[in-house]
Design a protein around this ligand. Structure first.
Ligand code: CS2
Ligand code: MN
Length: 359
């Protein structure tokens, strides 16, 4: 496993490559061209420049998160063919630059959903949190406004204002789209891109839906073991794989995380490790917050998660997922330096212990 950190690029991130380079054991970054829009072709020149910038700091690009999918592809509209052709061109350009991992998601309209970006925890740190009550009371079109005040000036991934401006129309378009339609549209997309993925050995790693159930009446399919196995089977190619995000699958307490990992042997290309603390696990009154990575601070056993990844022979990039804001840091919610550095160090400790006890 290679320990990595997500980095949004020097124009958007409050964390620098030099800082990341000083976290023990972190050798790569997971990055993106954050100012490109879904559907746009990423030029080889821009990818090359990004790569040079990262390599100048002594790190390297371990993968891309994300090349986002245009809504028309998820909706299966006629315009999808051109948009998929553009996606293929982006993959080609990434392949030519020797980049072999792409994380993406297939969530309609919204990426992740949280109802608070800065809940104050008992130790004075702040974290992202979710309550079902807040979601039930929310008009989905106002979701963006409801959290916009807490972003510390950052553009939140998946919540770009341009996209949010069209939320109402998008809801209208998804009105008759079922979960099966979404599976079909995903299959169509994957079948078209697999040849280029095979040519350049690009591993596609779908990120789970977060939270792992349909929100605001929109279908969501990457939520549980059954569905993800269905997806693996429907395009049975090792390049069609998964980002195993513990914090996203873990939002649904019916998901047995180590068991899911074991069932995905050979198809996990990227791992996100995060801990959640369930304040109220009852689905009607659900309330959870993002916790420090350390097992005893949250509801998940991180040792068991990392152990399962080790046992299936996972050797791809792994990264701490959202961290809290601690020590007075001001940054993009979930993506500050300090707590993620603690997370990386803790996970590296788990890996070392697991490796040595298995010798
Ligand atoms: C990420 C997701 O910040 C996060 O929660 O894990 O936004 C993830 O990057 C996307 O869903 C992948 O496309
Ligand atoms: Mn994740």
């Amino acid at each position: 496993m290679e320990m990595t950190l997500r980095w949004y690029g020097s124009k958007f991130d409050t964390v620098t490559l030099q800082q990341i380079r000083q976290i023990p054991g972190v050798t790569g970054v997971i990055t993106t061209l954050y100012d490109t829009k879904p559907g746009e072709v990423w030029s080889q020149e821009r990818i090359h420049a990004l790569k040079e910038e990262v390599e100048a700091s002594g790190l390297h690009i371990s993968g891309i998160e994300s090349v986002n999918i245009h809504e028309d592809i998820k909706l299966g509209k006629p315009s999808r063919d051109q948009l998929i052709a553009n996606y293929i061109e982006t993959l080609e350009n990434l392949g030519k630059e020797d980049i072999h991992l792409v994380c993406y998601n297939f969530m309609p309209v919204f990426d992740w959903t949280r109802t608070e970006l800065a809940r104050v925890l008992p130790d004075g740190s702040t974290a992202l949190a979710y309550t079902q009550k807040a979601v039930d009371e929310l008009v989905p079109e106002e979701m963006f406004e409801s959290i916009a005040g807490d972003t510390n000036g950052s553009v939140m991934p998946g919540w770009e204002p341009e996209r949010m401006a069209h939320v109402k129309e998008l809801f209208e378009e998804y009105k008759n789209v079922t979960a099966d339609d979404l599976f079909d549209n995903l299959k169509y997309f994957l079948e078209k891109i697999m040849p280029v993925c095979n040519q350049y050995d690009i591993k596609m790693a779908i990120h789970p839906d977060d939270p792992a159930w349909p929100v605001f009446g929109l279908p969501r399919i990457i939520t549980c073991k059954e569905n993800i196995l269905r997806m693996m089977k429907m395009v049975d190619d090792p390049h069609n794989g998964v980002t195993f995000c513990a914090g996203s699958y873990g939002t649904n307490l019916n998901n047995d995380l180590p068991d899911m990992i074991r069932s995905l042997k050979g198809r996990i290309h990227f791992a996100h490790v995060r801990n959640l603390k369930f304040i109220d696990p009852n689905p009607e009154t659900l309330n959870f917050e993002e916790a420090p990575h350390l097992s005893r601070c949250g509801s998940f056993d991180l040792y068991e998660i990392v152990k399962a990844l080790y046992d299936i022979g996972f050797d791809g990039p792994i990264r701490p997922d959202h961290g809290r804001m601690i020590w007075g840091e001001v940054g993009m919610p979930g993506y500050g330096l300090y707590d993620r550095a603690l997370g990386a160090t803790y996970i590296n400790g788990l890996i070392e212990a697991i490796e040595k006890s298995n010798k």
